[in-house]
Design a protein around this ligand. Structure first.
Ligand SMILES: Cc1cc2nc3c(=O)[nH]c(=O)nc-3n(C[C@H](O)[C@H](O)[C@H](O)COP(=O)(O)O)c2cc1C
Length: 185
């Protein structure tokens, strides 16, 4: 899939089919995380692949905003060293790269950041010094995905040179002519 199309069509999905994702696809998704650039290339992150149904249920219970992950085929807990400057940005980049790599394979995903740290640390053996900041749940979507993303227009969120000054008409026109494509997967 074209990179722009992947970005433009990807939706966060929280309902998954009872169909397993192949190990080769899981490997590609984890490789996408590994290959992501991190602050000073410090690669402070550690990823935990969770695919045992009992552990996915535990992950859901260890969350305040991700109960849906119990339905996922698998999940990846992203753990970072909070002492590294920019480490939370690193986690977000790795999560997004995994989501896009998955989308390219027809695998949908959602994220949650409502992680109960103490419980997650205990249940998944996360060492002191690392924090679980974002979890990505993956699986084939349970229903057909159709519709558009709900996003602000470019004119409302991007400016030229100074905050509030409009972008050139040509850029806005081009963006307007190429809105988020409809998702029909
Ligand atoms: C930093 C961040 C934190 C998020 N936290 C949660 C969360 O805790 N639970 C959840 O279900 N979705 C979470 N999301 C997913 C957003 O709700 C989702 O990206 C947004 O609604 C856009 O979805 P769409 O791309 O399908 O339109 C989070 C997304 C980001 C980027």
């Amino acid at each position: 899939m074209d990179t722009y199309d992947a970005i433009a069509t990807k939706l966060d999905v929280r309902e998954f089919a009872q169909r397993h994702v192949a190990d080769g696809t899981k490997a590609k998704i984890l490789e996408a995380a590994r290959l992501t650039g991190s602050s000073m290339n410090s690669q402070h992150w550690r990823f935990i692949l969770v695919s045992d149904p009992g552990n996915l249920k535990m992950l859901a219970q260890d969350s305040t905003t991700g109960s849906w992950v119990k339905e996922a085929d698998f999940a990846v807990i992203v753990n970072i060293d909070p002492k590294v400057p920019g480490s939370v940005i690193d986690a977000g980049r790795a999560a997004q790269d995994m989501q896009l790599a998955a989308w390219n394979e027809g695998v949908a995903s959602g994220v949650f950041t409502g992680v109960k740290l103490k419980e997650t640390r205990k249940d998944f053996g996360i060492p002191e010094g690392l924090s679980s900041v974002i979890v990505v749940g993956f699986g084939y979507p349970r229903r057909k995905l159709a519709g558009r993303k709900r996003r602000e227009p470019l004119s409302a969120i991007a400016f030229l040179e100074r905050f509030g000054d409009p972008l050139p008409g040509q850029i806005l026109l081009t963006a307007h002519q190429r809105p988020c494509p409809s998702v029909n997967l």
